[in-house]
Design a protein around this ligand. Structure first.
Ligand SMILES: [Zn+2]
Length: 389
């Protein structure tokens, strides 16, 4: 089977796509560049559309780009996904090739997260169409808004993509095996209310929301529920992200909003973490009293951001990946990671999804680069996965 990719074309795809703008919410230019390349490769305009804009938060300019390529063999539809957006650090990035790497020219990120993946999916499509490789119906899903909350994946309906039976998601930083599991996360918000009085005239009459939050957080830290949590089967992390409150220096603070997150591979652990945090805040609010015996209160609410997932090694998408990896020069192994991916959402939506990298390193960093040989492997791997029937 002629799965050989055109390396020069693969590299120019990467250079072109790295140069396109596309922060979360403003992925239009990157999506247009992808469409142009796919049209030139022989994709029909009627195979492509943007979908899901109405299901995205306000401020997004385009929805996910979905491309449905008809199959040449009768087999269930498969999908490839890659997010289009890059982090703000990559704005204005100018890619340059130095030896075996592509690096940013100035003081910016590169955007190899995730344009290397987008370019690999484009290269795969060019290859199967140019070389007439037999392939099942294939959906390409280019998601928006991954970096700021997996928004595109959340807005994706499997029926928009023709209900694929499996998905290969390209993403990540550093060399990895096939990612078959990732942790879940919840975000929480604690609204702490105290009692406002003049801080110098009547401090005894006040209930400071700052002290309530401080006592709660200090207790959580002292008891091992802050940062990395390791309590038997209960493992994960928890963090306070923001604190906003108060009005004036001479007023006892009566209003403070604290936000944060908890993460774990285990849904039961996540539930436990949010319970412990909630109770710690409530207890701190109850215990702090003014001279009249009055106390403050806390409203602690949680929202599930994404659930953890774990694919079985016997799952067809995993077997297909493990079989294809050595044909592309990669070691066949799987792993479980500590980060959230579009794959969390796609798995939750019932599409078994494995994730592999396209050679990007140091994502979200001024030292970001793409390793060209590793990127070319990803192009080949995608092509082998797409053309295996
Ligand atoms: Zn990414």
């Amino acid at each position: 089977m002629k799965t050989g990719i055109n390396k020069d074309q693969a590299i120019s795809n990467l250079m072109d796509l790295l140069a396109e703008d596309g922060p979360s919410g403003g992925e239009g230019p990157a999506a247009d560049a992808v469409k142009q390349k796919l049209l030139a490769a022989g994709c029909k305009p009627q195979w492509m559309r943007h979908a899901g804009l109405k299901r995205l938060p306000a401020g997004f300019t385009v929805g996910n780009l979905i491309v449905k390529i008809p199959g040449t063999v009768k087999a269930p539809r498969i999908m490839f996904s890659a997010h289009l957006d890059t982090v703000p650090l990559c704005r204005g990035a100018v890619p340059v090739k130095i030896g075996n790497r592509i690096v940013p020219k100035g003081k910016t990120g590169l955007g190899g997260d995730n344009r290397a993946s987008v370019a690999a999916v484009v290269t795969m499509t060019q290859t199967i169409l140019k070389n007439d490789l037999p392939h099942p119906p294939i959906t390409l899903l280019f998601t928006v808004g991954e970096e700021n909350g997996l928004h595109g994946a959340k807005a994706f309906e499997p029926s928009d993509g023709g209900n694929p039976v499996m998905c290969f998601n390209l993403d990540g930083s550093g060399e990895r095996g096939g990612v078959i599991g990732a942790l879940g996360a919840i975000r929480w918000k604690a609204t702490v209310r105290g009692k406002s009085v003049h801080a110098a005239v009547n401090p005894e009459g006040g209930v400071s929301s700052a002290i309530i939050a401080a006592n709660a957080i200090a207790w959580l830290k002292a008891n091992g529920w802050f940062g990395r949590i390791n309590k038997g089967s209960c493992k994960g992390t928890a963090n306070v992200g923001t604190l906003q409150g108060g009005e004036a220096d001479n007023q006892v603070m009566d209003n403070l909003l604290v936000t944060g997150e908890c993460r774990s591979h285990n849904p039961a652990s996540l539930k436990k973490f949010s319970n412990v945090w909630k109770k710690a805040f409530e207890k701190a609010a109850h215990e702090l009293k003014n001279n009249k015996g009055e106390c403050g209160s806390v409203d602690f609410i949680t929202a599930s951001d994404y659930r953890s997932f774990r694919l079985k090694t016997g799952e067809p998408v995993v077997k297909r990946f493990l079989k294809a990896a050595p044909l592309a020069g990669r070691k066949a192994y799987t792993e479980v990671i500590s980060a959230g991916l579009d794959a969390n959402i796609l798995n939750e939506k019932g599409i078994p999804t494995i994730t592999f990298d396209a050679g990007n390193h140091h994502a979200h960093d001024l030292n970001e680069y793409v390793d060209i040989p590793r990127y070319l492997e990803a192009c080949t791997l995608a092509t082998v996965l797409a053309s295996e029937t």
